[in-house]
Design a protein around this ligand. Structure first.
Ligand code: FES
Ligand code: FES
Length: 152
């Protein structure tokens, strides 16, 4: 089935089973490999993307449910001022170890800063809560939030 998606500001047409989770279409059909498959159960955050400006997991919901919505992946964030600032802050804070969770966290932090330019520690923790990091990088991610928001 042919589906029209708006991804990173571009209209894309994909041919896919409409029940395929969005993440597989992003990675396998559109070759946008930034979003990762972790749990596949909407419980770890590795697959997070922005949908109409809000963080959503992409590993379960069928691709057909995303037609007509504005999807931004971590690749698309790299073209935005906020995304660049967040990525630079992650580098400065050394906020990635294996990096598997990092794309989802960059998406979450970028979304947070879009809504709240100077989040306090509690707001940052709340935004990061759905994102698991097996390497224990969360303290450094919180430091990255402080750097990206000019509070370091
Ligand atoms: S892979 Fe989607 S939340 Fe874990
Ligand atoms: S840096 Fe390895 S899972 Fe987060």
């Amino acid at each position: 089935m042919s589906l029209k998606l708006r991804i990173n500001g571009e209209d894309r047409t994909v041919v896919s089973d409409p029940e395929t989770p969005l993440l597989y279409v992003l990675r396998d059909e559109l070759k946008l490999k930034g979003s990762k498959l972790g749990c596949g159960l909407e419980q770890c955050g590795a697959c997070a993307v922005l949908v109409d400006g809000k963080v959503e997991m992409s590993c379960v919901s069928p691709v057909a449910t995303f037609e007509g919505r504005d999807i931004v992946t971590v690749e698309g964030l790299a073209a935005t001022e906020t995304g660049q600032r967040v990525q630079a802050a992650f580098v400065e804070a050394n906020a990635a170890q294996c990096g598997y969770c990092t794309a989802g966290l960059v998406v979450a932090v970028s979304s947070l800063l879009s809504e709240n330019e100077t989040p306090d520690r509690a707001a940052a923790k709340a935004a990061l809560d759905p994102h698991l990091c097996r390497c224990g990088a969360h303290p450094r991610v919180l430091r990255a939030v402080e750097i990206a928001s000019g509070q370091a």
